[in-house]
Design a protein. Structure first.
Ligand code: SF4
Ligand code: SF4
Ligand code: SF4
Length: 271
């Protein structure tokens, strides 16, 4: 289990601990004014501050790496970070939370300029706060079945799932992302800091079943699958794998499964 499970899981995975979605935890670490002002500044922060950090990193790479990167990472862990979860865990969350709303995706607004609705607000009903914030006010309420159907459709289409805190450990969002995600770009493409933690699982490919079609390589956007020409099969680079499980949906040979990260000593502590 990761550090967040140890601190906030009460014996479970921290995102399975339903109190982390509750009003009680929200009020322990947050306030309505604080969340409203965070949401109001979110678009600008993704659009302007990320670009600024990127410029700083280019100008002063060593200083950035030694000072800004760890500072930003530490700050994100306290305020707003995500952890990748597979479809099964996402469905369990949707089954156990009281409120589900679908929201416009702020990252895709920044990266594509279009309004796409891939984010879920889950748990405590935050709509009284969101209704006053322009980027978040156009929410739609979904039933559990509607939300699960939609998330399965997104999974089949190659979107990973992740839970997000708004002042840790309060969890307020279940996101569904692809390469247009600003968190992915911030962390994987621009290498500006860590905002997204690896999941509790890693993928494994059964070589007996793998036909070497390479569809999983095209699907994985964490560069975690390699093709070996010698045996014409794919295998998972466990160190890169985030355990999202979206590669499974494209494998017609049913060769990919998820294993608990802690069962594999080489990556048990790699988040
Ligand atoms: S984390 Fe994913 S779903 Fe959430 S706002 Fe960003 S791209 Fe959209
Ligand atoms: S999609 Fe499945 S069969 Fe195709 S290369 Fe990947 S693991 Fe092998
Ligand atoms: S190999 Fe790992 S990171 Fe890549 S799609 Fe599969 S589960 Fe996700």
């Amino acid at each position: 289990m990761c550090e967040f499970c140890t601190q906030h899981g009460e014996g479970k995975k921290w995102y399975e601990n339903i109190t982390n979605y509750s009003e009680e935890v929200f009020h322990q670490v947050n306030s309505e004014e604080n969340l409203r002002s965070f949401l109001e500044g979110f678009y600008r922060s993704l659009k302007v501050d990320v670009e600024k950090a990127h410029r700083w990193k280019k100008r002063f790479p060593r200083i950035y790496r030694l000072i800004a990167y760890p500072l930003l990472t530490r700050q994100q862990k306290k305020t707003h970070f995500g952890q990748i979860i597979p479809l099964e865990d996402a469905e369990n969350i949707l089954d156990s939370t009281a409120t589900i709303v679908r929201l416009p995706c702020i990252c895709r607004k920044v990266t594509t300029g279009k309004e796409k609705r891939y984010c879920f607000g889950v748990g405590m009903d935050l709509t009284p706060i969101m209704k006053d914030v322009p980027d978040f006010s156009e929410f739609e309420r979904l039933s559990k079945e509607e939300a699960k159907e939609f998330i399965r459709h997104l999974d089949a289409g190659g979107n990973t799932h992740s839970v997000w805190t708004f002042n840790t450990p309060f969890i307020g969002a279940l996101c569904n992302c692809d390469r247009d995600c600003m968190a992915w770009r911030f962390q994987m493409k621009m290498d500006l800091g860590r905002v997204m933690w690896k999941g509790e699982y890693v993928a494994e490919i059964d070589p007996e079943r793998c036909s070497g079609c390479r569809e999983c390589i095209r699907r994985c956007y964490f560069r975690a699958i390699n093709y070996d020409r010698r045996n014409a099969k794919c295998s998972v680079n466990l160190r890169n794998c985030y355990g999202c499980g979206i590669c499974r949906a494209v494998c017609k040979d049913d060769a990919i499964t998820l294993r608990d990260r802690t069962e594999i000593p080489a990556v048990a502590d790699l988040w």
